[in-house]
Design a protein around this ligand. Structure first.
Ligand code: PMP
Length: 353
């Protein structure tokens, strides 16, 4: 049996795959494959409507929020956020590779500053803001740093609109959505499959969109057109719907959070108790979604990789600029797989050398 701990595109639950597979052959007994459903029909409208309702229900969104299902991944929103919302200048928290990418792209559209950074400790912690942000249009954070395995466990109390790239911890825990002007995420980790993204955006904040940018890049226009600006990634959006149904049936985000805590606790404890392994992030800021670690003796790296592979454990290579190992614990990863990985780590740790 394979245990895929990949960081994304990531594993979804088997029952989600089964339903998706069925939809490819015959979508809800219509005689059509989901792949040939026309997007301007009641069939697709129903998919969008239910997906929107489920997102609102899972996150308990109130009427102040709009939900968008858009094509492309989070990188597109690095662009759109800056393009739509930088009037004066934007503030970015630099907590890893993805936050830097978002910041660098923002600079292509306007002025932006890094207002807090953990670069000087190699992103092992979540930075804290110590400056006044009132001159900025928004504050951008990466809620979970997929590359280094750190996560915001509480969000900055910001007087300016807060925007979060939640690509790698979306739908992993309940949040106070009213703390955010905008949340966005690529779908391929914890919501669905690659090719689509989810945006939750505040109606008041939307009114701040630049009007001089092309329609296709204006979030407003995506709202006005109910997420259909052109042929949407129908299968990817349907995959989000089926996965959200699964999350709801499992007990919603409280359940996902409880599971995430249990899985992460087990793995971090195993690593902390080992002789050979060390966790990358400092304890307080460790991610419940991506556990990054390495061998104290780097010469043992390949040997452990091989040992793990023999035990069916795959896709645990660390992020390319970080090295070591990375185990992703998104919602569909079973506790039993994490227990298996922990047993493998402990067994490797105890091999006489
Ligand atoms: N943000 C974060 C936190 C990520 O982990 C990733 C991808 N790993 C991205 C953005 C980029 O996402 P995409 O490939 O969907 O553009």
């Amino acid at each position: 049996m394979l245990h895929n701990f990949g960081s994304g595109p990531a594993k979804l639950h088997k029952s989600v795959y089964e339903q998706l597979a069925q939809s490819l052959i015959d979508y809800e007994q219509t005689g059509l494959s989901i792949l040939e459903v026309y997007h301007r029909t009641p069939l697709f409208e129903a998919i969008l409507e239910e997906a929107t309702q489920l997102c609102k229900e899972l996150y308990q969104l109130d009427a102040s929020k709009e939900v968008l299902f858009m094509p492309n991944g989070a990188t597109w929103h690095f662009n759109l956020i800056a393009q739509n919302f930088i009037h004066n200048k934007a503030a970015y928290i630099h907590s890893g590779n993805w936050s830097k990418k978002a910041y660098d792209i923002a600079l292509e559209y306007g002025k932006a500053d890094i207002v807090a950074s953990s670069e000087n400790n190699h992103f092992k912690s979540i930075p804290v803001i110590e400056q006044d942000l009132s001159a900025y249009d928004y504050l951008h954070i990466t809620s979970n740093n997929t590359d280094v395995g750190t996560q915001f466990h509480s969000y900055p109390n910001s007087s300016i609109p807060l925007i979060a790239d939640m690509s790698s911890d979306i739908f992993s825990k309940p949040i106070d959505s009213n703390a955010f002007a905008c949340i966005y995420a690529g779908a391929q980790k914890n919501i669905g499959i690659a090719g689509a993204s989810l945006v939750i955006i505040d109606k008041d904040f939307l009114s701040k969109t630049h009007k001089h940018i092309p329609n296709y890049y204006q979030y407003n226009q995506w709202v006005n057109n109910k997420s259909i600006m052109n042929t949407p990634p129908i299968f990817a959006i349907y995959a989000m719907l089926v996965n959200m149904r699964w999350m709801k049936a499992m007990g919603g985000l409280e359940h996902m959070h409880a599971q995430a805590k249990e899985k992460a606790k087990l793995l971090y404890q195993t690593l902390d108790n080992s002789h050979l392994f060390e966790v990358y992030a400092r304890k307080e800021d460790r991610s419940l979604m991506n556990v990054c670690f390495s061998m104290k003796e780097t010469s043992l790296h390949n040997s452990f990789m091989h040992f793990a592979k023999e035990a069916g454990i795959i896709q645990i290579e660390g992020y390319r600029t970080v090295g070591g190992f990375r185990v992703s614990l998104y919602n569909a990863i079973e506790l039993a797989s994490v227990q298996h990985l922990c047993d493998v780590i402990a067994a490797f740790d105890h091999i006489p050398r």
